[in-house]
Design a protein around this ligand. Structure first.
Ligand SMILES: *[C@@H]1O[C@H](CO)[C@@H](O)[C@H](O)[C@H]1NC(C)=O
Ligand SMILES: *[C@@H]1O[C@H](CO)[C@@H](O)[C@H](O)[C@H]1NC(C)=O
Length: 371
């Protein structure tokens, strides 16, 4: 229990705001604790026959990037208390996209970091959450966390911890963003990214390295890709739905093929990026003639927008149904087009973003812009 108390004390010291006549370490509220047993693992503790319940009706929530999301968390006492008790709430999280440096498996070290602590009407938020989070408080005991302006890297497991005197109970809620996973490789060729290069390459395309869970659900949706790529946890994997030679072999069941953790500096692979909805729109530019790459960049600028990034193209295809059978330049020098309804003369019989790879920049195509 000391292990639990220490971070709480630290959290509460932060709450000694000017004018707070609040709780101090050692403060006694006159409540006499007896017969305290440890939590039973179901979000309940017992003291004096009174039970603290902490619950969430949703253990996982999915949302779109840029939107607001509510992670539900409620507490109540059983039987109900005659007088309100002083409770504190702490929200913390373990990011799904660890940004740990070095060749260390970051998953093993993924630590909970604080999002917000609240006591009475006072609260404090931390790091990238500062100014973006609040408690919903729509009813007594409602400690649901509202996060505004969701970012790609907000995904992960959030813990709602209700602290009452000497004990605390918690529930966790997983937050995932609706989005799309896409394989990505360098303009210079295959298998050229170390972990950090892969991280940067995804970022440059308005995306982030995919998590294992994101790649797994992409595989469930049918993603089959026979080139290994980095994931956010520093492992290297690839998704196979149709087992075949050269991709783990015909004897291996469909699934994610994993090389496990790889040294983040020394080894080079492709990347699996994750892109979520974008605020603007991606469109195929109406233009009299076809364009080389330089002209394509300029044509979007002349139209008051920017040449689209690969992550924006995938998000527009998957989440907004962008469908266009015309090849166009993208900002990384690749040429692609998005097809949601497969048809004759528009590539393979499945929907997808078709790619021509990275043609020489003097060749002429259309262009996709983003505004
Ligand atoms: C999360 O993304 C935002 C916006 O892209 C960025 O400013 C912030 O530094 C990122 N946070 C982490 C922990 O990577
Ligand atoms: C594209 O064409 C313009 C002329 O319209 C030329 O100046 C430019 O060098 C060409 N760019 C490439 C990459 O070939």
């Amino acid at each position: 229990m000391l292990g639990l108390l220490r971070p709480l004390l630290a959290a509460c010291w932060y709450l000694q705001l000017p004018g707070a006549q609040g709780w101090m370490p050692g403060y006694s509220n006159g409540f006499h604790y007896q017969d305290i047993s440890n939590g039973n693992g179901k979000g309940e503790i017992y003291f004096n026959g009174i039970r603290l319940h902490v619950e969430s009706p949703q253990l996982s929530v999915s949302a779109t990037r840029g939107s607001s999301v509510t992670l539900p968390c409620h507490f109540h006492y059983e039987p109900e208390l005659a007088a309100p008790r002083r409770t504190r709430v702490k929200w913390s999280w373990v990011p799904a996209n660890p940004t740990g440096a070095g060749p260390v498996p970051s998953e093993a070290f993924a630590r909970e970091t604080e999002v917000m602590v609240a006591m009475g009407n006072r609260h404090r938020s931390y790091g990238g959450f500062r100014g973006r989070v609040r408690l919903r408080r729509s009813a007594p005991g409602d400690m649901s966390l509202v996060i505004n302006e969701l970012q790609l890297n907000d995904t992960g497991r959030y813990r709602c911890e209700v602290i009452d005197g000497l004990e605390d109970e918690s529930v966790t809620v997983d937050l995932e963003l609706r989005g799309v996973v896409f394989p990505y490789y360098s303009q210079k060729g295959r298998y050229l990214f170390n972990f950090f290069g892969a991280q940067q390459a995804c970022r440059d395309q308005e995306a982030t390295l995919a998590t294992f869970e994101q790649l797994f659900s992409a595989w469930e949706d049918g993603l089959d890709w026979c080139n290994a790529g980095w994931l956010a946890d520093g492992t290297v994997q690839y998704p196979i739905t149709a087992p075949r030679d050269g991709c783990g072999g015909v004897d291996l069941a469909p699934g994610l093929r994993s090389y496990g953790q790889r040294h983040r500096l020394l080894y080079r692979y492709d990347a699996f990026c994750f892109s979520a909805s974008v605020k603007g729109t991606v469109y195929f530019l109406k233009h009299q003639t076809k364009l080389n790459f330089t002209e394509a960049v300029q044509a979007c600028a002349d139209d008051g927008s920017q040449i689209a990034k690969v992550g924006q193209m995938y998000a527009a295809w998957r989440l907004m149904g962008l469908d266009r059978c015309d090849a166009g330049w993208l900002s990384d020098g690749s040429v692609r087009y998005p097809v949601t309804k497969a048809r004759a003369n528009c590539g393979p019989p499945e929907p997808g973003v078709r790619s021509f790879g990275f043609p020489p920049p003097y060749l002429r195509f259309g262009v996709y812009c983003y505004r």
